[in-house]
Design a protein around this ligand. Structure first.
Ligand code: UTP
Length: 422
């Protein structure tokens, strides 16, 4: 009873009484579920985010300067070998872990089920999770180790993801080296500042972005267990790039050698007018920024001393952090970004409505905002044809068919290189 009164009071305080509209029609179980959800939501936070996010950040081109990067193509094979040696030493001593960011909803792909369970049309079929696992197994075999593999899920796919791994017998990876943890979510909000209902008894929430990974790791107790195990470096990568080497001895070796706490792989933007956000130093801090803040000249600017592009490197969601950086990030708060998205909702009559246009704001924090907490970053520019084939949707350039062709091509090439090494 007390909880019901408290829930009603909260809704009144934050002008969200419409969420109670169907109370009289709900079953006891539904009432209980709605009340506990209301009590679990931080209404002050979400409304503050909504109000604050109406003010867009203003970045002047003067705030931006180039971030140095290492171009893999410019390294000699002996340089590559010596950096890889440093990275491999850390891997074989058990100092490295991998985190896969798999909490997204994959709305663009529109595939039913966790995106990591999406299968490429290979013989035999292979899921995105299995492809990541193959990479890890390969390094484990070479380095005679077992890299602990942490997988971030969300409320929407946690159960289904775990079940999939069980059904696939963990793809032969040591089960006790795989750790699942779930990220948090936040309510979505309409253009009038109202939270919306997903069901008559349920407020619509969505995962709060891949930047939640630091606090989610800490909450699950995995940051402290990593420390106890002697993990010093943690790689982070998304779920959908079928060519990515998530754990990369070269990136690790470069980062250790050059004394950075964070690192990231980059790719040269093919067309300077493409909309992809770019790496830059923003007010002196390593960042990834919207290219709309660049002037026309900046888009193609070259650093005269290095001959490198200044503002043309894009993010491929392949990052590396030192464990001390993760501890700091678990305590810090990353900024939230606002996205305007289409979301089905329950209308005043209790009917589900599928909007034709974006109708609601979603708030997410991005893992790359973590870079700004550190003075420097190691960037490694890789080649598109070697390591970039993401799957985003069925109709755009990053579709499953293209990714499958590129995967088969690169796999054949990598096998050929390995044979030559033997
Ligand atoms: P995307 O930006 O591609 O988002 O995520 P998405 O949710 O997968 O797909 P769309 O935009 O709805 O179509 C990049 C990576 O970050 C993870 C995703 O799982 C993917 O690996 N991610 C995204 C999370 O782990 N949590 C989130 O809240 C969002």
């Amino acid at each position: 009873m007390e909880d019901i009164d408290l829930a009603k009071q909260i809704l009144k305080q934050y002008h969200q009484e419409h969420l109670w509209n169907f109370w009289e029609e709900l079953t006891e179980e539904e009432k209980h579920s709605l009340v506990s959800q209301i009590l679990s939501i931080d209404f002050a936070q979400i409304l503050q985010l909504y109000n604050h996010s109406k003010i867009d950040e203003v970045i002047s081109p003067h705030d931006l300067s180039a971030l140095p990067y290492t171009d893999k193509e410019e390294l000699s094979s002996s340089e590559i070998n010596s950096f890889e040696k440093i990275g491999n030493a850390a891997i074989s001593k058990g100092k490295v872990a991998m985190v896969t960011l798999a909490g997204g909803q994959g709305t663009r792909l529109g595939y039913k089920g966790p995106k990591g369970t999406f299968e490429l049309d290979l013989k035999p079929k292979k899921s995105l999770f299995e492809i990541i696992c193959d990479n890890l197994k390969e390094i484990n075999d070479t380095m005679q180790t077992t890299i602990p593999w942490y997988i971030m899920t969300s409320i929407y796919n946690d159960e289904a993801t775990k079940l999939f791994f069980q059904q696939k017998n963990y793809f032969g990876y040591p089960k006790d080296a795989i750790f699942f943890f779930s990220q948090s979510e936040l309510p979505i909000i309409d253009t009038n500042g109202n939270l919306v209902l997903e069901e008559t008894f349920k407020i619509k929430e969505a995962s709060n972005g891949n930047g939640d990974v630091f606090s989610a790791l800490a909450k699950a107790g995995y940051l402290s267990s990593m420390e106890r195990q002697g993990i010093e470096w943690v790689f982070f990568a998304g779920i959908d790039n079928v060519l990515l080497k998530g754990v990369d001895p070269l990136l690790l070796g470069l980062t250790i050698q050059n004394g950075h706490l964070t690192a990231s792989k980059t790719l040269r933007k093919e067309n300077p007018d493409d909309k992809d956000w770019i790496f830059a130093s923003k007010k002196g801090k390593p960042s990834i920024v919207d290219c709309c803040y660049l002037t026309e000249e900046m888009k193609t600017q070259i650093d005269a001393s290095t001959g490198h592009d200044c503002f043309r490197d894009i993010n491929v969601l392949s990052h590396l952090f030192h464990i001390s950086a993760l501890e700091q990030l678990a305590k810090d708060t990353l900024p939230y970004h606002r996205a305007f998205k289409k979301n089905t909702f329950v209308n005043e009559e209790g009917m589900k409505q599928v909007p034709e246009k974006p109708n609601t704001f979603k708030f997410e924090n991005f893992i790359f905002d973590a870079f700004a907490f550190f003075p420097s970053i190691q960037l490694l520019r890789i080649k598109r044809e070697d390591e970039f084939a993401p799957i985003k949707d069925f109709n755009g350039p990053y579709n499953p068919e293209v990714a499958t062709i590129l995967y088969e091509k690169v796999k054949l090439h990598r096998e050929h290189v390995d044979e030559e090494k033997d």
